[in-house]
Write a protein of this length. Structure first.
Length: 203
């Protein structure tokens, strides 16, 4: 998993509440188990017409936000079904940080497992960031995970909270597999002792 330390980029404003996982990545795109290639289907029904043409009014289709790395969203982001394809689609598009007043629990947990930083902030702070994001490509936002701070284009800083364990995993690029591999010496030691004491298990 790619490490997350400091992220600087354009933030796209999407101040809708209850954006569910089917809106993030519709069910017809769940046939693949690959984590790549889903970015083009991100927010499919909001980004495209039924015949596949872009909707120019949707934020990620606007020139200023086509390369957005941060998403400023409304309450209860990621609600609905527990599909890991949702963070995969965001990541494949290029979004590595979602900032919202609240998240659905399963989506929130899946973000950390896939290298995306979900940040919870009070609505008044979200409103400030939405105002910054509305300026388009000329106003970038910096998210510093180590300092737990978001810096706007005018230099103003907003602090955010994060669980220390999850923070450590993101900074070091550790997903569940990475965490397990970090215990490899202990696993190898256990197996060696078990083979000696219970050799029939390995016959």
């Amino acid at each position: 998993m790619e490490k997350f330390t400091v992220l600087t980029g354009v933030a796209a404003p999407l101040p809708m509440i209850n954006i569910d996982t089917d809106m993030i990545i519709p069910k017809q795109h769940l046939k693949t188990i690959k984590r790549t290639g889903l970015g083009k289907a991100l927010f499919d029904e909001m980004r495209y017409t039924p015949d596949g043409k872009e909707r120019p009014e949707f934020v990620l289709n606007k020139p200023a936000y086509r390369n957005a790395k941060i998403l400023i969203a409304g309450e209860n982001f990621g609600c609905g079904s527990s599909r890991e394809h949702a963070p995969w689609a965001l990541l494949d598009f290029g979004i590595r940080c979602v900032i919202a007043p609240s998240f659905a629990d399963i989506f929130y947990n899946n973000c950390f497992k896939n290298g995306i930083l979900p940040i919870v902030l009070p609505q008044e702070e979200i409103d400030k960031l939405l105002d910054d994001a509305s300026r388009g490509a000329n106003a970038t936002i910096t998210v510093d995970l180590e300092k737990q701070a978001i810096t706007g284009p005018d230099g103003g800083s907003i602090k955010f909270d994060i669980d220390p364990f999850r923070k450590n995993c993101l900074i070091n690029g550790l997903d569940d597999i990475g965490l397990t591999l970090g215990k490899k010496a202990a696993v190898d030691d256990f197996e060696a002792k078990q083979k000696k004491g219970q050799p029939w298990l390995y016959a």
